[in-house]
Ligand binder design. Structure first.
Ligand code: PLO
Length: 516
């Protein structure tokens, strides 16, 4: 009897859940259907269907075969829509950019950004818009727009090449990663704080390790981000994240205090000065609109934003450089082609400069191809619908998270011939003389309201660092070492595994030691 009752109760509850699920599925905005969904169970959501040996961006690309280009799943109790095609991606990022400009709050990003007080992870609001505007202005003034930054990047490229020379003279196989990271860090340090790190500086070493700790633990759809209540249990990742963020915040705070102490309205030494000035002038401004906006712009906001610029500026650019070197080692013919171009257009008597960009299309095409084949952030940062809306013919309810799978866009077989092949030529016209973007399915820096703020700076750095290195050296795999892995470790940025490189000075270079 008891058993019979149990079975009845089980059946009734089961049917009720199924009915509820179907009702929810049919419930739509503006009479549209919801996207097809992965099976979901109460509490755990679609977790069972997401078990896979592949990283999320690859799995999400594969799931298209079963569910179509745009589908939904449940991460715990959060509904998530995955977008794998460029038309829907552009609708989300550009056409309906403001509707989808929200950011979900998660446990890990809240720790990193003091509850979303930065720009990258912070939710969309009037404070956010104002904040982004002043950062954009400051970056234009000190970043891409200024000749000073070109000098800084060239000087760093030069000192990087000296280190590579030393390594090649001693015949040692080198892990380029710390050297590339230090060069990129120094550019950002000069830009943000008007300072730089020497080799072996303990603060720089500390920075390298805290930043890796953050990359390893933040915003990678870890379980605490899906089930926030898991925080009540001891969690090694969260512990590491808090510790790393603590170290980072102390470094940032020191710089912030120094800048505030000797701030002057008349001199702007760096980006932090420019931000301080914008904040002060907003505070002194009587205009109702601006002062209302500036209410939210606390010291924490500036500090978190400098953290963003620093983190994004270092981790992304150094990662792309590491991917570029890995691919150049795998494809020596591409390396030779770039070197021939450098030899004829720049020669050996002087270092390459930004004004050479127009005459080095093959190098530019190679950079574009690296950004396509190994996008820094294959899933970007998740977006969130701020109101009921739609994507294509599918309805989207307010609060739904939307993940754009950039990996699918950049590896779409219908858009790219042989997408896994590294072929810079696809970004050149048929004569090989001019650059093209052959497909609309290419968004390495995102698009719309939240497009990357550092795009111009990143492109400048990639060009100057790679041209300086390849003008002077040929990069090869050291004898007895394997070729670099091209697989990548998924996280908030897609990083290549560690590898070693031989840097051989090119014939004729030893004679010409022209500084940049
Ligand atoms: C990298 C590690 C740093 O210690 C903190 C940090 C800040 C900004 C993040 C960046 C990390 C990773 C790359 C991010 C960037 C903001 C924008 C950029 C996410 C976590 C991208 C690719 O969207």
């Amino acid at each position: 009897m008891v058993w019979f009752l149990c079975v009845c109760v089980f059946l009734v509850v089961g049917l009720a859940l199924l009915a509820l699920h179907l009702k929810l599925r049919r419930k739509s905005v503006h009479g549209l259907q919801e996207p097809p969904g992965l099976p979901a169970l109460p509490l755990i959501g679609s977790l069972l269907s997401l078990r896979s040996p592949h990283p999320p961006h690859v799995l999400f690309k594969e799931l298209q075969q079963k569910y179509g280009q745009t589908y939904s799943l449940m991460l715990g109790s959060h509904r998530v829509i995955i977008v794998n095609h460029h038309t829907h991606a552009k609708e989300v990022l550009m056409k309906k950019g403001k509707i989808f400009a929200g950011r979900p709050r998660t446990v890990t990003t809240d720790i990193l950004t003091r509850d979303g007080k930065d720009i990258a992870f912070g939710d969309y609001s009037s404070t956010w818009r104002f904040h982004r505007k002043i950062v954009h202005g400051a970056l234009c003034m000190f970043g891409e727009g200024s000749a000073a930054i070109e000098k800084i990047v060239c000087a760093e490229a030069q000192s990087l090449c000296s280190i590579l020379s030393e390594a090649s003279a001693s015949g040692l196989a080198l892990d380029l990663s710390p050297e590339l990271t230090r060069a990129v860090t120094n550019v950002i340090c000069a830009l943000c704080f008007n300072s730089s790190y020497q080799r072996g500086d303990p603060e720089f070493e500390a920075m390298l390790s805290y930043s890796q700790g953050i990359v390893d633990t933040v915003a990678k759809d870890s379980l605490v981000d899906i089930f926030p209540w898991l925080q009540i249990f001891p969690n090694a990742d969260l512990h590491l994240l808090r510790q790393c963020v603590g170290v980072r915040d102390q470094l940032l705070q020191n710089q912030y205090d120094k800048h505030k102490a000797d701030y002057s309205d008349h001199v702007q030494r760096d980006l932090l000065d420019a931000l301080l000035r914008a904040k002060r002038s907003a505070e002194n401004n009587n205009s109702a609109e601006i002062s209302a906006d500036s209410v939210g712009l606390s010291d924490d906001h500036l500090l978190m934003t400098v953290g963003d610029i620093f983190g994004a500026g270092v981790e992304t650019t150094s990662t792309v450089l590491k991917w570029a070197v890995a691919y150049l080692i795998h494809y020596p013919q591409v390396q030779r082609h770039i070197q021939e171009e450098l030899d004829t257009k720049v020669g050996l008597d002087r270092a390459p400069q930004l004004s050479d960009r127009g005459s080095l299309p093959y190098l530019e095409a190679t950079i574009r191809e690296v950004l396509r084949i190994r996008p820094v952030a294959p899933l970007f940062i998740p977006h969130m619908a701020l109101s009921d809306s739609s994507i294509g013919d599918f309805s989207v309810r307010k609060g739904t998270r939307v993940i754009i799978n950039l990996w699918s866009l950049h590896h779409d077989e219908k858009e790219w011939k042989n997408p896994e092949l590294f072929d810079p030529g696809r970004f050149l016209n048929s004569e090989g003389t001019g650059l093209i973007i052959p497909s609309a399915s290419y968004l390495p820096f995102g698009a719309g309201v939240r497009v990357c703020l550092g795009e111009a700076l990143a492109k400048m750095e990639l060009f100057l660092f790679l041209s300086c290195i390849l003008q002077r050296f040929t990069l090869t795999v050291p004898a007895g070492h394997p070729l670099p892995s091209l697989e990548g470790k998924f996280g908030v940025v897609l990083q290549p595994a560690k590898y070693k490189v031989n840097t051989t000075p090119r014939p004729g270079w030893e004679r010409n030691n022209q500084p940049c």
